[in-house]
Design a binder for this molecule. Structure first.
Ligand code: GCO
Ligand code: MG
Length: 402
């Protein structure tokens, strides 16, 4: 089974997505997500200018060999652009192999380990009252876990707080919007939100919170200690992740479970975090961390060290990426939870898929492959638009993590 064509499709049904579609000589196709939020065209070029020509004529069954060929064979290893491109090729090849075998991809990964994939949604608000209403809304929709973000009094704009509650899109501007941040105001205020939520909901909902890389390790330790009474499922990305040993300091002070990994692109970003058990959940995404082949490798290492998966599932990961994540989630023994940020109806139209939400879980359909495709005619109606994520500064103007 030879690859006859590798096509890169860029579309913007409300936000930009880059998709790789592979075609084979026996009429099968496979799709992979190559979206890198705010840097989309770099991956599109990496694929179009450097990878697609290497794929034509290759045996589509060679998943591992193709992965190694693109990873080791490029000489320049790792990095978000390279690994997103490799991820797209890898995901498309798993899709094709599933179709060739007549099996959903999770069957090729060892079969079902669970019936449904537990997800968490995003509840956020401009005030504690609004947050409580939003959590109640997710509760009514059957969600069993929600990530909660709340506007910090005194800051004009807070990460994770949106005007449209169901469809939150942070890459919303043709040039980066600037936001301002105060860790002091945040640390003083955020525990009061969770205290109010526990008062209102008891222990009924599983609650999560995303710090979005903004604290120092000792600040993160303080945050976690102050959140301990509220029994969070996790605190996410408490600090910048470049320094893996930075998490050790947080660990020494608290029992709050820690999750990280959405900005990682290879196993080398998290070997210390996993083998020293410095985190509880690893949040790598199929589309950013080298595809199903590499993410499975990361989760297998994690399993040896009691670390569970909690895969990234924001809106910038297309339905192709989400479908791929669901196959991995369904198969691995150490699944934790899957993020699920709803895509807009326009995105769902461009990417028809068979996975569906029911009662707090996502479920896969039974068709061969990933169970997702790209409708190229629909995609063509939504041309690329430059869009950046915000850039964040401290109150005094110093650039800080967004
Ligand atoms: C999350 C994330 C995202 C990121 C986004 C950046 O936990 O869902 O932090 O919302 O900000 O994916 O592109
Ligand atoms: Mg996050």
């Amino acid at each position: 089974m030879r690859i006859t064509e590798a096509r890169v499709i860029v579309t913007c049904p409300g936000r930009n997505f880059v998709t790789l579609k592979l075609f084979t000589d026996d009429g099968l196709t496979g799709v992979g997500d190559a979206t890198l939020n705010g840097r989309e065209l770099a991956v599109a070029s990496y694929l179009t200018d450097h990878v697609c020509r290497l794929l034509v004529g290759r045996d589509a069954h060679l998943i591992e060999d193709t992965w190694q060929y693109l990873y080791q064979g490029s000489y320049w290893r790792r990095g978000p652009v390279t690994m997103a491109a490799i991820a797209a090729v890898d995901t498309a090849l798993w899709d094709i192999k599933g179709k060739a075998a007549g099996l959903p991809v999770y069957q090729l990964l060892g079969g079902r380990s669970r019936e449904g994939v537990l997800v968490y949604g995003h509840a956020n608000g401009a005030s504690v009252e609004e947050v409580i209403d939003e959590v109640a809304r997710y509760d009514a929709m059957g969600y069993r876990a929600v990530r909660v973000q709340c506007a910090i009094p005194g800051l004009s704009d807070t990460y994770g707080v949106s005007t449209d509650k169901l469809f939150y899109e942070p890459a919303d501007s043709p040039l980066p919007r600037e936001t301002r941040w105060s860790s002091e105001s945040y640390l003083d205020f955020i525990p009061t939100v969770f205290s109010a939520l526990r008062e209102r909901f008891g222990l009924h909902m599983r609650l999560l919170h995303d710090v979005h890389h903004r604290l120092t390790p000792i600040e993160a330790a303080r945050l976690c200690k102050s959140m301990e009474p509220y029994g969070l499922l996790w605190i996410e990305d408490p600090i910048r992740e470049e320094l893996q040993e930075g998490f050790r300091l947080i660990r020494q002070h608290t029992t709050v479970p820690i999750a990280t990994g959405e900005v990682f692109n290879s196993i080398w970003d998290c070997t210390q975090l996993i083998t020293e058990q410095l985190v509880d959940y690893i949040r790598v995404a199929v589309s950013h961390a080298g595809g199903i082949t590499h993410v499975r490798r990361i989760f297998q290492l994690a399993d040896l060290y009691h670390v569970r998966s909690g895969s990234h599932g924001a809106t910038d990961l297309s339905p192709v990426s989400l479908a791929a994540a669901l196959h991995v989630d369904t198969a691995i023994p150490n699944f934790g939870i899957q993020e699920y940020m709803r895509h807009t109806p326009a995105t769902d139209e461009v990417f028809p898929h068979s996975y569906f939400y029911n009662d707090g879980e996502l479920h896969l359909g039974d068709e061969p492959g990933l169970g997702v495709d790209i409708d190229e005619a629909a995609a063509a109606r939504f041309p690329y638009r430059p869009a950046y994520l915000p850039v964040n500064r401290l109150i005094d103007g110093t650039v800080h993590s967004w």
